[in-house]
Design a protein around this ligand. Structure first.
Ligand code: AMP
Length: 540
């Protein structure tokens, strides 16, 4: 027997049309650079995104050609997320925190034909403009100033489009977006998403588990829209009919808490750095904000510590710890407790919630080490490998890293992890950050999380430093909370009961801040360089 179903394409165009025709009254709120608030509804968004698609097609954009954005999280960016893809084009979100040389390389490597830029980011864009080959640059006048000479206006571009045009009909295998990963070695690599991958990823993320997005939600993506599709939220919000709150350039804890309170945000997402700051603000002034009851936050990009998850629970905010990569669109796993786990004691529940969780539907996970597939015992570490319909099978026009994929078709993530009998995955390290002491692996992430559980510690990064006898030993680099005091002995005492003696750092250094990557992760390579010459004297 053959299936008798229609072959209907899974494309983002469907979500846009559905939002415009069935969910037109839902609201999109943007905090503008001057802190005033812009509001409009899905109906307006639908019309303008269609106008953008029509204008791009009329301007000659062909199927599969990229249009770059250099933008904060705001409503024109949300329009570009759909408008570019519905013109048959490919949305290329540029990470403006990268070095200008890298931005230019990425834009030229992708072959961006047009660029849309926020006017407040023009000073940054000017640094790359002479280096990039894009034909036309459209400026979004968000700051109330006229568009400067030498640039075209985004609003004028929209004016050349007609929302009633017949738009090109992308096929589900067509590219809809591209993000470059900022690897620490070699040139950035492009991951090209298809409509099909994005639609399936959207449906999976909206399911009750992990995120349960619905019309009852007001969603605030704090994660930048240039980082891994803002974790799919611009699509998930439109698909589920949730209200959308976009914070623009104001990402300090107080501004975010003010906005979340004023707009009744029920779901927010961002990296632990952002949440650490927010937690400290809440702890300092617990009565200042009244946040929506049941507010939940997706935290990922680097490890959320158990201390942070517990800390937010005290303020009635539920953390959902998730793992992913640019190469996985990005959602790969999330730590949502199974119903059978609700009866476990509190500490065990927190143990599970602080892991990176169980694989999303359609994502297969396995761990490999030199002896093959690693048992799911929650202890043996191995390299995490994944496959699935929203997992990259190659990089855009680059064969530099062909060994990222195994011969039997799995993506080698570069993460080292354990998986327990419940299927909960826990990241213990990046392969390149692992500390190998006397031939045994020490998890820097475990040590960091435990250190961040100490009252006086704001942030901690643990790196490998060379050791005459053991080859490598852990060195802890610690930032203390403002006004707090703790010395190496106190921190060592804090860790002592939790880890085997040979895991404990040989030394501690106290610094004012830990260097970060453009997406807010610890830049351990910079720390390793800084402490390269440090030979630790301890006996391990
Ligand atoms: P990117 O492609 O820049 O988002 O980086 C992906 C990498 O971020 C992953 O391979 C992990 O090393 C790291 N990562 C993402 N989420 C988590 C998490 N929840 N815990 C620990 N590391 C994470």
């Amino acid at each position: 027997m053959h299936a008798t179903m229609m072959d209907y394409p899974l494309t983002l165009a469907h979500y846009l049309e559905r939002a415009g025709t069935l969910l037109g009254d839902r609201e999109i709120v943007t905090r503008l650079p001057d802190r005033s608030v812009h509001r409009y509804r899905f109906g307006d968004f639908h019309r303008r995104a269609r106008q953008l698609a029509s204008a791009l097609a009329r301007a000659g954009l062909k199927r599969g050609q990229p249009v770059a954005t250099m933008m904060w999280n705001n409503y024109p960016h949300q329009e570009a997320y759909f408008g570019v893809a519905c013109a048959g084009g490919v949305l290329h979100t540029l990470n403006f925190r990268l070095h200008p040389g890298d931005i230019a390389y990425i834009a030229n490597h992708a072959g961006d034909r047009f660029v849309i830029v926020d006017d407040v980011l023009l000073p940054l864009f000017e640094k790359v403009r002479p280096e990039i080959a894009a034909e036309r640059v459209f400026v979004v006048a968000l700051s109330g100033q006229p568009v400067p000479a030498g640039y075209e206006s985004y609003e004028d571009l929209l004016g050349t489009g007609d929302a009633d045009d017949d738009l090109p009909r992308p096929e589900e295998g067509d590219a809809c977006g591209v993000c470059y990963t900022s690897g620490t070695t070699g040139r950035p690599k492009g991951v090209v998403y298809s409509h099909r991958a994005m639609v399936l990823h959207t449906m999976a993320m909206c399911m009750t588990e992990p995120f349960g997005l619905s019309q009852n939600d007001t969603i605030m993506p704090v994660v930048p829209m240039f980082h891994a599709n803002a974790w799919g939220l611009p699509y998930g919000a439109v698909a589920s009919g949730a209200r959308i709150v976009l914070p623009g350039p104001h990402l300090d804890p107080v501004s975010l808490l003010d906005l979340a309170e004023a707009e009744g945000v029920t779901f927010a997402a961002g990296v632990p750095t952002i949440w650490n700051g927010i937690l400290q603000a809440l702890d300092a002034e617990p009565d200042r904000w009244s946040l929506a009851a049941g507010l939940r936050t997706a935290v990922g990009g680097s490890a959320a510590s158990e201390a942070m998850i517990r800390g937010f629970d005290r303020h009635g905010v539920r953390t959902i710890h998730a793992w992913g990569m640019t190469e996985t669109t990005p959602l790969g796993s999330a730590a949502v407790l199974k119903s059978s786990m609700e009866a476990l004691d509190e500490d065990t529940r927190y143990d599970y919630r602080a892991k990176q969780g169980i694989a999303m539907p359609f994502v297969d996970m396995r761990l490999m080490n030199d002896s093959g597939i690693v048992p799911r015992d929650g202890e043996t570490m191995g390299e995490l490998q994944v496959r699935g319909p929203w997992v990259a099978a190659a990089y855009h026009e680059s064969d530099e890293l062909a060994d990222k994929w195994t011969d039997d078709g799995w993506l080698r993530t570069g993460d080292v992890a354990t998986i327990d009998a419940e299927g909960f995955m826990k990241i213990t390290d990046r392969t390149k950050d692992l500390i190998k002491s006397g031939g045994e692996w020490i998890s820097s992430v475990d040590l960091e999380n435990a250190l961040m559980g100490h009252d006086a510690v704001s942030e901690a990064a643990v790196i490998a430093v060379r050791h005459a006898k053991w080859e490598e030993r852990p060195l802890a680099v610690v930032v203390l909370k403002e006004g707090a005091e703790a010395d190496a002995d106190a921190l060592q005492g804090h860790l002592a009961g939790r880890f085997a003696k040979w895991w404990l750092p040989d030394d501690y250094v106290f610094v004012d801040e830990i260097p970060r990557t453009s997406t807010g992760k610890f830049l351990k390579s910079a720390l390793r360089e800084r402490f390269e010459e440090r030979l630790v004297a301890g006996d391990g």
